[in-house]
Design a protein around this ligand. Structure first.
Ligand SMILES: O=C1O[C@H](COP(=O)(O)O)[C@@H](O)[C@H](O)[C@H]1O
Length: 330
């Protein structure tokens, strides 16, 4: 059955061309279950240990001219610690470098899935994550990514009009969707004219339709849809999507999409993917910046507290993208 999922036209605008500075990631060691990134050369370590946030040294200026293709190789992944080979943490000296690496990470997955299956299913959160995606709509990615193969979803949405400042659709549209040629029919926004409950059901129906047409894969282990990539932010309280600490929705095990009418963070009415759906994704990136989130990062990664972000997993790969302030408690 076709869903009434609201499909919105996308405007097109010219890409901007910006130089691409390199990124730097450093090692963070945790008691268990993590694979971490660390610098493999003295220059990379020096670059971090001098707290190069906003640094204008000539070395970094020279580095900043290095090609974007070098960025990822410099953030060498290594050192598996513990059992969970699917989880790793990358820490960047600046949010700028994080954004560069996140763009490369996303573009590489886009290439892989477009080649393998002719489609790339991407889910985004709202909030600060969207700003950290800005490098994707710049050169070289804006021209090299096959946007026609993208299918674009939201992990959660506030039940407000699409032009409302609280709308996650508006946030993504203004700084991302309006700048790339994703076919309008591949952008799956909620039908905000419905109640929260009906909008969640409608979105789930939409996903079921996409499973039937094989646009969405299904996880062999869970039976839930398996998105190729989920790009998530985290709130200062450790919430992800609209799954808040202590809320019963965190325990939902059957529904794919559900509604909340008592969100502790306004607006109160929202729809959200459930944990089983989120955790059936092939790849998940959890992107967290700022010292205001350091305690929640600690609680999630060291398992010292019960925060929703600590329950996020992925079938193939979960990567935490952190800036230095966000990992200050680790
Ligand atoms: O309300 C929400 O908050 C979270 C976190 O937002 P941030 O601005 O602190 O990064 C976001 O991931 C979620 O999508 C949004 O609805």
């Amino acid at each position: 059955m076709a869903s009434s999922c609201f499909l919105r036209s996308i405007l097109f605008s010219s890409p901007t061309n910006l130089s691409s500075p390199r990124s730097n990631s450093l090692s963070v060691f945790f008691p268990k279950n993590l694979t971490c990134s660390f610098p493999t050369s003295a220059s990379r370590f020096e670059s971090f240990s001098v707290s190069s946030i906003g640094s204008g040294s000539s070395r970094r200026l020279a580095d900043s001219r290095k090609k974007i293709s070098e960025v990822r190789s410099m953030a060498t992944t290594a050192a598996e610690i513990g059992k969970d080979e699917k989880k790793r943490v990358e820490v960047f000296d600046t949010e700028e470098n994080l954004a560069i690496d996140l763009a490369k990470f996303t573009a590489d997955l886009s290439d892989k899935f477009c080649k393998e299956r002719g489609a790339f299913t991407v889910v985004v959160s709202g909030g600060s994550l969207i700003k950290s995606l800005r490098k994707l709509v710049e050169s070289p990615y804006v021209d090299s990514i096959d946007w026609s193969r993208w299918h674009f979803f939201w992990v959660d949405e506030r039940v407000v009009p699409k032009h409302h400042d609280d709308s996650n659709y508006k946030l993504a549209y203004d700084s991302f969707l309006s700048k790339v040629p994703i076919p309008p029919g591949n952008v799956y926004a909620i039908n905000e004219s419905l109640s929260a409950e009906a909008a969640a059901d409608d979105y789930e129906t939409c996903l079921k339709h996409l499973v039937k047409t094989s646009t969405l894969r299904v996880s062999e282990s869970t039976g839930f849809p398996k998105f190729d990539l989920m790009l998530l932010g985290m709130g200062p309280d450790g919430h992800v999507a609209s799954l808040f600490p202590g809320h019963s929705l965190c325990n939902e095990s059957k529904k794919w999409v559900t509604s909340i009418t008592d969100s502790p963070k306004p607006p109160s009415e929202r729809i959200t993917f459930t944990f089983p759906l989120i955790n059936s994704s092939a790849h998940v990136a959890l992107v967290v910046c700022g010292s205001g989130k350091a305690e929640a990062v600690e609680a999630a990664l060291k398992k010292t507290g019960n925060v929703p972000a600590g329950s996020v997993s992925a079938e193939d790969e979960l990567v935490w993208f952190l800036d230095k302030p966000a990992c200050s408690k680790l």
